[in-house]
Unconditional design. Sequence first.
Length: 137
Amino acid sequence: MSNKQFAEFWAAYPRKVGKAAAERAYDKVTEHFTPMEILDGLDRWVASHSDTDPQFIPHPATWLNGRRWEDEEPAPVLTPIQRELAVGGSMGPAAVLPSLTPNPRFVPMELWPKVCAGWECECNPDRDKPKPAGWSS
């Protein structure tokens, strides 16, 4: 297999350990899969594991031998409040920490109107729209 193609994989992989073993694994898997399939899968995998502690990122050879580019993307991890809102739980929008100011790193934008300090708050992208039924602020 082309050293250039492996070099592209190696440059994109977030954990640089076991290069010789990774190159052997790469040569083996590219007998059955195209380099583009592997790189596309690696891009998806890296994007969905961007917050992973580096010690928990598999060695490149392990990732290749496990055909991890075929993995399904993990479901997003929600806080208890986000879970409650996502399933339409009994708490309702008015009960969800009315003084909380949404933080885009922790609260998905689609949930902002439900956890905002008030409907008119500047952090609410829907503040110019009518309030949904049941909203109190």
